[in-house]
Design a protein around this ligand. Sequence first.
Ligand SMILES: NC(=O)c1ccc[n+]([C@@H]2O[C@H](COP(=O)([O-])OP(=O)(O)OC[C@H]3O[C@@H](n4cnc5c(N)ncnc54)[C@H](OP(=O)(O)O)[C@@H]3O)[C@@H](O)[C@H]2O)c1
Length: 164
Amino acid sequence: MSDRDSINTLSVSVNMTKLITIFGSTGNQGGSVVRAILAHPELSRSWRIRGITRDPSKPNAVELSQQGVQMVAADLSSKSSILQAIRGSDAVFGVTNYWEKGTLEFEVMQGKNLADAAKEAGISHLIWSSLPFVSKGRMCLLFLFPPVHLSEANLYSSNTRKTP
Ligand SMILES: NC(=O)c1ccc[n+]([C@@H]2O[C@H](COP(=O)([O-])OP(=O)(O)OC[C@H]3O[C@@H](n4cnc5c(N)ncnc54)[C@H](OP(=O)(O)O)[C@@H]3O)[C@@H](O)[C@H]2O)c1
């Protein structure tokens, strides 16, 4: 095989891989998705990973980039930064950060930013890490959970395909 053939083969295989952008890649939830894909024999070949962090220079972000993850800066509080970070993705895994301000409005705003940006960028598959709306049931003192659910409600209204 000539050098040109090798380059063409490489270029075809790179083009055939899909791109998943993972929010929370430096944390527990997003990090577990990154590790699961990297450790999977087929998924690691068919998917490239873009990891989102607010600070690509932090040690665990650098560690991820050394494992082949493309680390990109974005902030869930900024829709424009999300939009820029998710462009070209086939799938996006999303989390929100309730603890950043500790208010319902703030977490809903982050969820809405992500859902709106995904819709605007034409993302065909948004994977949303969420929880059931438990305050509708018997566990009504779990005050943290409604914001996640309300963010999720925004996804339902955004026409983005949802993975349960
Ligand atoms: N664990 C649960 O049961 C549960 C339930 C509901 C909601 N949540 C929420 O889900 C989030 C992820 O959970 P976890 O256990 O994986 O948390 P974690 O280990 O503390 O990790 C938080 C992750 O979120 C990223 N992040 C935080 N604020 C961000 C922002 N404004 N913009 C972009 N990325 C941001 C962090 O990235 P950098 O610091 O690198 O920027 C980090 O990767 C938490 O923030 C939590 O509030 C968790």
